[in-house]
Design a protein around this ligand. Structure first.
Ligand SMILES: Cc1cc2nc3c(=O)[nH]c(=O)nc-3n(C[C@H](O)[C@H](O)[C@H](O)COP(=O)(O)OP(=O)(O)OC[C@H]3O[C@@H](n4cnc5c(N)ncnc54)[C@H](O)[C@@H]3O)c2cc1C
Length: 303
């Protein structure tokens, strides 16, 4: 028989874990579904900045502490990659690859994922030299040559992080206007960094593993560099797939439309955290939303 609870929370990043803690505190029965590792983005970078009262705390440790708070209250995280959500009467049917669940409310907290590099070879060599996370995979490229492709602050941060591990870093900046000047200065001072401004990546080279990258610039035309790894750091796209049946809840880029408390146009379906359009994408904000949304559950969970 299908398991029925008051609320299903999709995604155990800081937003989802915060909502689970608050929902449990009020006494709602819940299922917290996570397709990967609890902690979400906190697992992908080193230092959590800007959380009041905590100076330069380890992001991963912060995620573990949140998870620890859940386990101390016997709140389980259920493994499941949520594929779809349907509404039938006043119930939601949530289908994951591991099972199907039913609830009166759903809180979507699936966050965002890295914008993929879509040039030939990039998808085929993902995990074979192409990586979207320097903190997770940088260690595999110790003393090797890698490229970072990206134009914004995050790309510059990843390049500096990798410069401490790798032999040489090529930083390809497709849109030089977006790159923060002070970070460019920092990168330029590193002996093992080459910056290539205005470079458009064309092809990831290699059969079973990355061997290089073809790119072009207006001045020098097409060029090849020999590489062991490539880190495309191109921004973020929303994890909206489970909301496919609710197209009116998505903006043109696939971010979820809801108010500050997570209330969407579909009664009982809430959207919080980085998945939300115009969200303030900081941990303190998404944690606060996880608490706020639970106050709204009383409007749809009738006992
Ligand atoms: C490199 C980087 C550095 C950052 N630095 C800081 C910082 O210093 N300070 C700060 O305040 N903020 C920082 N942030 C932002 C902060 O980490 C995010 O705002 C926050 O993690 C968003 O939380 P979330 O729970 O909404 O989403 P996420 O953390 O993205 O978590 C979403 C979770 O949902 C899961 N999920 C996705 N789809 C499904 C599905 N279909 N089924 C089940 N589970 C699913 C994912 O696996 C993930 O665990 C940084 C972000 C990045 C990327």
């Amino acid at each position: 028989m299908m398991q029925q609870v008051d609320v299903i929370i999709v995604g155990a990043g800081p937003a989802g874990m915060s909502a689970a803690l608050a929902a449990h505190q009020v006494g709602y029965s819940l299922i917290l579904l996570e397709k990967s590792m609890p902690g979400g983005k906190l697992n992908t970078y080193q230092t959590l900045e800007g959380f009041p009262g905590y100076e330069h705390v380890s992001a991963q440790q912060f995620g573990l502490d949140l998870y620890d708070a859940l386990t101390k209250k016997d709140i389980q995280t259920t493994y499941g990659d949520v594929q779809s959500i349907e509404k039938k009467g006043d119930r939601f049917i949530v289908t994951a690859d591991t099972g199907t669940y039913q609830s009166f409310a759903v809180i979507m907290a699936t966050g965002t994922k890295e914008k993929p590099l879509t040039i030939p070879g990039a998808e085929a060599l993902f995990g074979q030299g192409v990586s979207y996370c320097a903190a997770c995979d940088g260690g595999f490229f110790k003393d090797k040559d890698v490229a970072v492709i990206g134009s914004d602050l995050h790309a510059m941060e990843e390049a500096i992080f990798l410069a401490n591990i790798c032999h040489h870093i090529y930083v390809l900046i497709p849109q030089p206007g977006l790159a923060p000047k002070n970070w460019l200065v920092k990168l330029n001072q590193l002996a093992n960094v080459t910056i290539i401004e205005g470079a458009t990546p064309l092809q990831v080279m290699g059969q079973d593993a990355v061997t290089g990258l073809r790119y072009q610039t207006v001045i020098h035309g097409e060029q090849d560099i020999l590489l062991d790894g490539i880190f495309p750091i191109l921004g973020w796209v929303p994890n909206f797939q489970p909301l496919q049946a609710f197209q009116t809840l998505l903006d043109q880029d696939g971010f979820g439309l809801a108010n500050r408390e997570g209330v969407s146009k579909i009664p009982g379906l809430f959207i919080i955290g980085d998945l939300q359009a115009k969200a303030l994408r900081r941990v303190k904000n998404v944690i606060s939303q996880g608490q706020l949304v639970v106050k709204e559950l009383a409007n749809v969970i009738k006992r």
